[in-house]
Design a protein around this ligand. Structure first.
Ligand code: KG4
Ligand code: ZN
Length: 335
């Protein structure tokens, strides 16, 4: 019988320190330390994030190994997020992974954070069938990705300015909601009505833009508050429902175009915003109309986590895609 493949994976690209152990493609642990300290500043403070990663990384790695009942000596490889992300934050995970791989004389696997979001659809079953289109919507990215196989992907379109999650967070801030505002808008929208309309951006091809929507909401709120000081408080749920619907509608329109252009009917979602209830309902409705086969990760695998790094590392291990010890982290990374 061949030896099991046991990989320890580390994710530290933004404000979550996470580690997972994967054995033969099955996730056996998922340890996470979320940095709540940023909420008081209304966004992630890069310097603070790096320091918090440094504090959390050892206990989180230890917890992932303990949960999985795996000893360091049993590991086959060490994986880490190479980028994109906050450089100081990425360096903490990168250095930890390099140190472990060096000390244990193990192969090192560098993982692209956005590729890992796409592959979060392979953590649990059913898996999407190839080829599929993945709408990857997070706090830093908004992309339509053409996925040929586990490791062959092409970005067909992306945002020209703000990401979808950034739009949720920035508009939420205007409404007085804590960072990150996406989950709160999602909750409030469930009891609200789509009553307010906002203009839609005209962006060619499969690209997106969300900065115009942000500005439109800012002026809408300014004018409405001018007439009624209590406007936001009295209409919060309806504002959230309207903003959420518009963001999802903009995303869905481009996804439909991508499906029509490529003739691909296997569709997946990934990234923090794919946890959004309205987005999932809209996708399911469109799927029924168009005969799409759809897939999205469970909510804990939508936002940043190490299991998505681990599953990507597993496929890279199978192809012996290892990197050298002089590998570096990059805040921006091409595919
Ligand atoms: O994928 P992620 O954890 O980190 C990045 O790689 O950026 O995504 C974080 C983003 C944040 O903007 C957050 O507000 C958004 O995902 N988000 C949501 C929901 N849960 C997280 N947005 C809308 N509805 C949600 N339920
Ligand atoms: Zn992410």
């Amino acid at each position: 019988m061949s030896k099991s493949i046991k990989i320890l994976a580390i994710e530290s690209s933004c404000d979550d320190t996470a580690a997972s152990v994967i054995i033969d493609g099955n996730i056996c642990s998922q340890a996470l330390a979320s940095q709540l300290d940023h909420a008081q500043y209304g966004g992630v403070i890069p310097e603070l994030a790096s320091r918090k990663h440094e504090e959390a990384i050892l206990p989180v790695v230890q917890e992932a190994l303990t949960q999985a009942k795996v000893e360091l000596s049993e590991l086959s490889a060490i994986a880490f997020t190479q980028g994109p992300g906050l450089l100081g934050a990425l360096i903490v995970g990168t250095v930890m992974a390099k140190g472990l791989a060096h000390a244990l004389n193990l192969p090192l696997i560098a993982v692209h954070h956005m590729q890992a979001h796409v592959l979060s659809n392979f953590i649990e079953r059913p898996h999407p069938t190839f080829p599929f289109l993945c709408l990857t919507i997070s706090g830093g990215h908004t992309q339509i990705v053409h996925v040929e196989d586990h490791l062959t992907m092409t970005v067909l379109g992306q945002t020209k300015d703000d990401a979808a999650g950034e739009a949720f967070d920035k508009i939420g801030k205007m409404l007085g909601l804590d960072y990150p505002a996406g989950p709160a808008i999602d909750r409030l929208a469930q009891d609200g009505q789509v009553k307010f309309d906002f203009p839609e951006p005209e962006v060619p091809g499969l690209d997106f833009s969300f900065s115009g929507l942000k500005t439109a909401v800012r002026y809408f709120l300014r004018d409405s508050i001018h007439q009624d000081e209590q406007f936001v408080t009295s209409n919060l749920k309806d504002i959230c429902a309207s903003v959420q619907w518009k963001i999802c509608h903009i995303l869905m329109k481009k996804l439909i175009t991508a499906s029509e252009q490529t003739k691909i009917n296997s569709i997946a979602l990934a990234g923090g915003v794919s946890a959004n209830t309205g987005m999932r309902v809209m996708l399911e409705e469109e799927a029924k109309k168009r005969g799409w086969a759809v897939c999205y990760p469970s909510r804990k695998h939508c936002t940043d986590n190490a299991s998505m790094i681990a599953i990507t590392a597993h496929y890279k291990y199978l192809r012996s895609e290892f990197c050298a010890q002089d590998v570096r982290a990059f805040p921006r990374m091409e595919w």
